[in-house]
Design a protein around this ligand. Structure first.
Ligand code: C6P
Length: 406
């Protein structure tokens, strides 16, 4: 294990836990990453020393909390290079960010027979909100196919794009296949057809440097908890001109300018989309996680993840009877597979007992898993603290699973 990784691991006490009396390998980072001490401390410091509601009180603590909360927004804005921090809306995470757009943008601008275009490799969070929008408006959901390597078929995507396409919603990185989609090309083609583009960045932000201005996407959604920040906080980036045109989707405190019983006027962006008391501690933890990632640097992160991916693929390929799902030319962060003759759930139970935490099943991407005609995937997903030794542990554990169950 190299020194850099050792220094990173020291910031995650949980990685030293014993599970069933053994050291364990946490390889379920696509579900959620562990949190470094600085993130945990930022949250507890807020509650011990700074706790107060934001944007409401004239008193010292409230003003201090408001400044810290808005500073966190600026950090998120810089993290993805949005042109303005008012383009960053704090949400619970990716799911809420997508639902916000489906409700606020979708309800206002979509009508019967308009089309929403997604791909076969979307997470349920980037399928169901659009299905719900279709049933409210009469719009139609179109699905762009993928090939068996787990890549989009670009000519099929282009065929599905037309003047009726109003929204293209696509994942940056697939949570089940690891594919990095060519989203810049997708965005350009969608814009040429007159559609707005929402990118689901849940699996991207911890693996790749994201620049929303460079991408020119209209909306970008991500979750803090998949990038070493607390659960229950995430962000929606939206272009200012679009956010300005959209109506709020939830009513309550903070999102208003003036309320009378006859009429309510709304606050400016981003506040008109943040009804109620926000997750202040989460936002501060989010900012601490951004500092954590920035201190490591994306050059290191990308190299290390590529190394884990290549090493993992090579080592796992040495084991007979493994079938891989997701072999796209550009992929990151995870390896999905099945063991011949072994149900993925049985494998999961045994791997857990052998000290390896992975995820199995439909991975909240049922249509993708169905495409490969298996009952579920086994998925090992990597964080910046994972090591080649942990992949060796996974491989040894798989050999044992095969011995017991095949
Ligand atoms: N995927 C996984 O194990 P939330 O739950 O809102 O933070 O993120 C939802 C989500 C949306 N899009 C993608 C591509 C995702 O991977 C996820 C979450 C986890 O794969 C938990 S289901």
């Amino acid at each position: 294990m190299n020194n850099e990784i050792l220094k990173i691991r020291e910031q995650f006490p949980i990685l030293n836990r014993m599970v069933y009396g053994k050291p364990f390998a946490y390889l379920d980072n696509a579900a959620t990453t562990q949190k470094p001490t600085k993130v945990v401390k930022r949250v507890s410091d807020y509650y011990e020393w700074e706790n107060s509601n934001v944007h409401r009180g004239a008193h010292f603590l409230s003003q201090e909390a408001t400044v810290a909360f808005e500073k966190a927004r600026t950090s998120v804005s810089q993290f993805i290079n949005s042109s303005n921090s008012s383009e960053i809306i704090f949400t619970k995470g990716t799911t809420e960010s997508i639902n916000l757009v489906a409700n606020s943008y979708g309800n206002k601008f979509l009508k019967k027979d308009d089309e929403i275009l997604i791909t076969r490799m979307e997470h349920h969070s980037n399928i169901v909100p659009w299905q719900m929008l279709c049933s409210r408006t009469g719009a139609k959901l179109k699905v762009s196919p993928i090939d068996f390597s787990g890549e989009m078929i670009m000519r099929e995507f282009e065929k599905l794009l037309n003047t009726k396409t109003k929204i293209v919603a696509i994942t940056h990185v697939s949570n089940s296949l690891g594919t990095i989609n060519p989203i810049k090309e997708v965005i350009e083609k969608a814009h040429d057809a007159g559609a707005v583009v929402l990118i689901d960045g849940a699996q991207a932000v911890s693996n790749l440097k994201v620049d929303v201005q460079e991408l020119d996407c209209d909306f970008y959604c991500f979750s803090g908890h998949k990038m070493y920040a607390p659960m229950g906080i995430g962000a929606l980036y939206g272009k200012e001109n679009l956010l300005d045109k959209m109506d709020p989707w939830q009513g309550g405190g903070e999102m208003i300018a003036q309320v009378t019983f006859d009429k309510t006027t709304y606050n400016e962006i981003p506040f008109k989309f943040e009804a109620g008391t926000p997750n202040v501690s989460g936002a501060l933890g989010f900012e601490a996680a951004i500092h954590f990632l920035s201190n490591i640097g994306y050059d290191f992160i990308v190299n290390h993840k590529d190394d884990l991916l290549n090493y993992g693929h090579n080592r796992l390929a040495e084991i007979a009877g493994l079938k891989f799902h997701g072999t796209a030319k550009r992929k990151t962060g995870l390896i999905s597979f099945n063991i011949e003759g072994v149900h993925p759930y049985d494998a999961a139970v045994l791997l857990d007992k052998l000290g390896v935490a992975i995820r199995t099943g439909h991975l909240c991407a049922q249509p993708t898993v169905d495409f490969y005609n298996v009952p579920g995937f086994i998925r090992a997903s990597f964080g910046v603290y994972n090591t080649r030794e942990e992949i060796d542990l996974l491989c040894d554990a798989i050999e044992k699973v095969k011995e017991i169950l095949s």
